[in-house]
Design a protein around this ligand. Structure first.
Ligand code: G1P
Length: 268
């Protein structure tokens, strides 16, 4: 069982400027609910009991959103609109927060979760990759972790021209959707090792923290989670699970538009 999940939400949202100057991209609405709420639900549906959200100084809205608003509850009650209260009630999971004081990269953000995760394996969910599946996309990763007892990453086949936006793996197929990962390269500009890209879902053993501590700034001058993951492939091993389901990248305008249409269509 995986009990804890880290959601890194401390980035500047540079791909979505200027709106991200004041609105965190994790708060972008999808059918009236912030993107990060879909991510938290995905974690809860997979049995996660505690979540650590890594924030930066402009992201207080995220904490406010997951807090109770007693005032609003009273107002709704007084106006006979109690039926709306469940909509504003925080999700049933323990959420903790930590601030990343400097944007040193995704690897550094995950490292801030070391004492939260302790010695147990944990999940990482990147909040700009969203799937609208009714079952949690973490579940197949957790099952794969249980089968192989090693680190697991979520993958998807991506068009060659888009691979430069993702971590890309070098891998051998073991079963239809399952791959043995040999190495990973972050955002390859040339010669991507395959068409399989990281989709922002990870189940990791706590050994990753020691590797993250040793990881020097990489692509984009940031401490990359991918670089530590690539090292762990040759030590404790790494399995990839290739999703067939549709993922939406909310930092891409067209995908953001499509996910909203799909969410409304599905009545979410
Ligand atoms: C991050 C990861 C990358 C992964 C991507 C998925 O990149 O570093 O390996 O493929 O998320 O969304 P970012 O999108 O934060 O630049």
């Amino acid at each position: 069982m995986i009990h804890r999940a880290i959601i890194p939400a401390a980035g500047y949202g540079i791909r979505n400027l200027p709106v991200t100057k004041s609105i965190p991209k994790e708060m972008f609405p999808i059918a009236g609910r912030p993107t990060i709420e879909y991510i938290v639900e995905e974690a809860i549906l997979a049995g996660i009991e505690e979540i650590l959200i890594v924030l930066s100084r402009n992201k207080n809205e995220i904490m406010n959103y997951f807090d109770r608003s007693i005032e609003l509850e009273c107002i709704l009650s007084a106006r006979g609109k109690d039926y709306l209260i469940p909509k504003i009630t925080p999700p049933k999971v323990r959420i903790h927060y930590i601030r990343q004081h400097e944007a040193l990269g995704l690897g550094h953000a995950v490292l801030l979760g070391q004492s939260f995760a302790g010695n147990e394996p944990f999940a990482v969910l990147l909040p700009d990759q969203v799937s609208l599946q009714r079952t949690s996309m973490l579940i197949p990763l957790i099952k794969t972790f249980d089968n192989f007892s090693t680190n697991v990453i979520g993958l998807q086949h991506v068009k060659t021209e888009l691979l430069k936006n993702y971590g890309v793996v070098s891998a051998k197929r073991i079963k239809q959707r399952v791959f043995d990962i040999e190495s990973i390269v972050e955002k390859p500009e040339i010669n991507p090792p395959s068409n399989l890209a990281l989709m922002g879902r990870y189940i990791l053993k706590s050994e990753i923290f020691e590797l993250l501590k040793e990881t020097r700034p990489g692509q984009g001058g940031e401490i990359q989670l991918t670089d530590a993951l690539s090292k762990i492939c040759s030590t404790s091993g790494m399995i990839g699970y290739a999703y067939k389901e549709r993922w939406y990248d909310t930092s891409i305008d067209l995908d953001y538009l499509k996910i909203q249409q799909q969410a409304i269509h599905m009545n979410l």
